[in-house]
Write a protein that binds this ligand. Structure first.
Ligand SMILES: Nc1nc2c(ncn2[C@@H]2O[C@H](COP(=O)(O)OP(=O)(O)OP(=O)(O)O)[C@@H](O)[C@H]2O)c(=O)[nH]1
Ligand SMILES: [Mg+2]
Length: 314
């Protein structure tokens, strides 16, 4: 049976569970996850290698047919929203870039939330793209079971989805079925990435994201949104990796909040981030954090370009 492969973009509203799904399918924390909407700001590839499987287990989708071997390149994206500044526009560009040249879309919705204009906006993007799309009804662990069938019927009446699959990305429910369906829907193709590669993200960007995750978890209101993280120094030693990073915010008041009384908040962010980074890199880490004000950076294309690792390799 021929090898299948392709690019599969996960799209949906902020907070639907896109990054949770990416991490669950790849089996590694590649994307940061928080309860705050607009956590993800750029597209993140996660690579999954799938072995051929004989049709053995009755519960699975491959009953009667072997599952082909393949490579799925999943692409996590920022949540679909109406942009109000350059950063938002940039995030939406990441979504549109992920739609281009992909083989399959996974539209993920929060099944516990009411269908609203934001969902319609996401659905319109799917329709416009003309790409085949699997609808994922996520968070079924938190859904009243009786609501599932009517919800499936409602969505089926809105668009001709290739498939509608209820899942819980958090509890990893329905994910085998999802992978089976995805690999079958992909065209015959080559292995795009070596078998041991998990992502396209450079390590230092993953590190910057882990710091930003702690900022999101530790601060409230406008601060997390007005913040970005840039790595200034990254030195891998034999026994220790030294990282120095700057947390940029937009105003001195935000800087004061990020630092906290006698530096307590920054210390909390640093300690939690360091533990996460040590887990990722599997080595001891010395982390230094600085906070700087860059007024109005969210509306500066030049500044935002400077935070894009794709443009700043090397
Ligand atoms: N109960 C439940 N919560 C979930 C599930 N999947 C994700 N969540 C939670 O939903 C919140 C948002 O998850 P993310 O994975 O960050 O969502 P996202 O779509 O990537 O969000 P943005 O990056 O902001 O667009 C987090 O608090 C997750 O723990 C699920 O299957 N069940
Ligand atoms: Mg996300």
């Amino acid at each position: 049976m021929a090898f299948r492969s392709g690019f599969v973009s996960i799209i949906g509203r902020p907070n639907a569970g896109k990054s949770t799904l990416l991490n669950a399918l790849v089996g590694e924390k590649l994307a940061i996850v928080t309860r705050k909407p607009q956590t993800t700001r750029n597209r993140i590839q996660g690579i999954i290698n799938i072995e051929r499987k004989k049709p053995t287990q009755a519960k699975e989708a491959c009953v009667g047919h072997p599952r082909p071997a393949g490579q799925v390149v999943l692409v996590d994206t920022p949540g679909i929203h109406k942009p109000i500044n350059s950063l938002n526009r940039r995030m939406m560009k990441e979504v549109y870039d992920a739609l281009e040249g992909c083989d399959l879309l996974l539209l993920i919705v929060d099944a516990t939330a009411k269908f609203g204009t934001g969902d319609q906006f996401a659905l319109d993007i799917v329709k416009k793209s003309g790409q085949p799309c699997i609808l994922l009804l996520n968070k079924i662990d938190a859904l009243d079971k009786q609501k599932l069938l009517p919800l499936i019927a409602e969505y089926k009446s809105l668009h001709e989805f290739a498939e509608v699959i209820p899942i819980s990305a958090l509890k990893r429910d329905g994910l085998d079925m999802l992978l089976d369906t995805v690999v079958r829907a992909l065209p015959e193709g080559p292995r795009y990435f070596p078998k041991d590669q998990l992502t396209d993200q450079p390590e230092r960007f993953l590190v910057a994201e882990l710091i930003r995750e702690q900022v999101l978890l530790t601060t409230e209101q406008e601060v997390p949104y007005a913040t970005t993280v840039l790595i200034e120094q990254y030195e891998e030693g034999a026994r220790l990796t030294r990282v120095a990073a700057v947390i940029y915010c937009e105003r001195t008041g935000q800087k004061a909040i990020l630092i906290g009384k006698q530096g307590a908040t920054l210390k909390k962010i640093g300690t939690a981030a360091r533990l996460q980074i040590e887990k990722l890199l599997n080595t001891k880490v010395f982390l230094e954090l600085f906070v700087k004000v860059q007024a109005g950076w969210r509306d500066s294309n030049q500044f935002i370009e400077g935070t894009d690792w794709r443009k700043n390799l090397g």
